[in-house]
Design a protein. Structure first.
Lengths: 236, 287
């Protein structure tokens, strides 16, 4: 039984249709990567799963419950936390306050607390009283991930966490994922950095123009197949 | 004329203006909503106190304790059911709706209480005073000022030391991302307005016991409140207190020179500060 799944998910921005019947599943304990070029619909999919965009109720299901029509605070309270694209730290809040606000709507006890988030990203403890937005891009991303972990979510949605960061920083951030998985969270990663995504994912979906064009395990899909699904190019 | 005495009276009067302004500052700081009915809500609270005192025979301070949760509920409901629907990218709807609300409150109070001016009696406290050196300080004005300081300290503690305060600031920063934290912006806004109405009730206690009031005096209180908020810098509670004090001192100094200059001097002080520091004295860094 899938922990989180979409069935025939459609999404619109006004008249513009961004998703055309997307089916994806995430099982408990799994890490799934969603890859695709700009405008493929990856972020729209994430926004649908987190409640930022309202959909038909039955198009998104979590623990067998229809959540497609729920607003973001209700989805978050059920245990789906999101690391939004662009990090979106709160400028009026310090690093520590940014972390603490992550459990506002769901103060569930579990592996993650201020202390364990600081253990995961020690640099944040040194900067705990700085305004969140005074940090470097990589450190801000650590705050955004830590903030999502603070609610001890069952599902962690990570939208474009490597965007705009140097490769060495991206490596540091992805180094935290085995630990996050080990504590029990199931993870959906949206990435344009395919190499990084495939290293941590159990399965992948490739999207193009609002549809899933390829799915499988990193070992089962070939480089050419990904290339074709990603760019729409036909391989010989 | 004793200048020191005049300035002290002005500072104490500034406490009343800061109380008028603190609720406005709170609501504007969190949801960028300018409530044009703020002054009328103060007058409404003063009439509520008057009813509690005259009908139930309560001491005004006890009446205020009774009125606090009532006004909180009114504020919460007003925001949740009415004002939340006006909040968006366009700043005009909240202005129009709160302006309409101002008219409705004034006329409802005129209907219910007539245009006569009233006063909430506080007995011997009305004329009680303390002699501090050469200066005589009225007990109620002193209470007013100390209450203003207490309100500012309290609002700062809520804002910067509690989970609710973090939610206020986060929602003010970015409503959509706050939703991902489980924060329901509509309820946060309603709580903020409820809290503002608690401050309004405290302001009404000192407005109603200090001098006569009538149903149409709300808009002038709104102007003083606005000026205090803007002098202080949007979003800074201590700035709001400073703004109130500056208007209060300017008014008493103006009145000391010529009684007709009282109101004018307050407005001139406001314009002067705007000229020198257009963003106010203590603007929040990020606005």
């Amino acid at each position: 039984m899938a922990l989180l799944e979409t069935q025939g998910l459609t999404a619109f921005y006004g008249d513009f249709q961004a998703l055309f019947g997307v089916d994806i599943t995430l099982d408990a304990g799994e890490t799934v990567a969603i890859i695709g070029a700009n405008g493929a619909g990856k972020s729209t999919l994430m926004r649908s799963m987190s409640g930022m965009i309202a959909n038909a109720a039955g198009q998104v299901r979590f623990e067998e419950r229809e959540i497609g029509a729920l607003p973001a605070p209700d989805v978050m309270a059920l245990g789906i936390a999101m690391v939004p694209e662009g990090r979106k730290l709160f400028p009026s809040l310090s690093v520590e306050e940014n972390l603490l606000i992550g459990r506002y709507g769901r103060a569930t006890a579990g592996a993650w607390s201020l202390q364990t988030v600081y253990d995961l990203f020690p640099v944040l403890k040194e900067r705990r009283n700085s305004p969140g937005t005074a940090l470097s891009g990589g450190q801000q991303q650590m705050v955004a991930i830590g903030r999502a972990l603070m609610s001890n979510p069952k599902v962690l949605l990570c939208d474009e966490i490597s965007l705009g960061l140097a490769p060495v920083i991206i490596r540091d951030i992805y180094a935290a994922f085995p630990k996050i998985r080990a504590e029990g969270a199931s993870i959906v990663i949206v990435e344009q950095d395919i190499g990084q995504a495939l290293k941590v994912a159990d399965r992948l979906y490739c999207m193009m123009e609002g549809r899933v064009t390829l799915s499988g395990t990193p070992a089962s899909v070939g480089r050419d197949e990904i290339h074709a699904a990603y760019f729409g190019a036909h391989t010989a | 004329m004793n200048w020191l005495d005049t300035i002290v009276q002005g500072i104490l009067l500034g406490g009343l203006y800061a109380l008028f302004a603190a609720g406005l500052s709170l609501v504007f700081g969190i949801m960028r909503l300018v409530n044009l009915a703020h002054g009328d809500l103060i007058v409404l609270a003063a009439f509520l106190l008057l009813v509690l005192v005259s009908a139930l025979g309560l001491n005004p301070f006890v009446a205020a304790l009774v009125a606090l949760p009532v006004m909180y509920a009114i504020g919460w409901g007003l925001q949740f059911l009415v004002l939340n629907r006006t909040i968006g990218d366009d700043i005009l709807p909240p202005l129009l709706v709160t302006f309409g609300l101002s008219v409705v409150i004034q006329n409802a109070l005129l209907q219910g209480f007539s245009a006569d001016s009233r006063r909430v009696p506080v007995g011997a406290l009305e004329s009680a005073s303390l002699q501090i050196g050469p200066i005589s300080v009225g007990t109620m004005p002193l209470f007013t000022f100390l209450s203003a300081v207490g309100v500012i300290v309290g609002l700062n503690l809520i804002f910067y030391r509690t989970g609710l305060g973090r939610a206020f600031r986060a929602t003010s920063d970015d409503r959509a991302t706050a939703g991902l934290m489980g924060i329901r912006a509509d309820r946060i806004f309603a709580t903020a307005t409820g809290l503002a109405m608690v401050v309004v009730t405290i302001a009404a206690l000192f407005l109603g016991t200090r001098a006569n009031f009538d149903p149409t005096m709300g808009p002038a209180r709104l102007i003083y409140a606005f000026e205090a908020v803007i002098i202080g810098g949007l979003g800074s509670f201590w700035g709001t207190l400073a703004g109130g004090v500056i208007i209060g001192v300017a008014q008493t100094l103006g009145a000391a020179i010529n009684p007709e200059w009282q109101i004018l001097a307050g407005h001139l002080a406001f314009l002067l500060v705007l000229l020198v520091r257009p963003r106010g004295l203590f603007p929040r860094a990020l606005d």
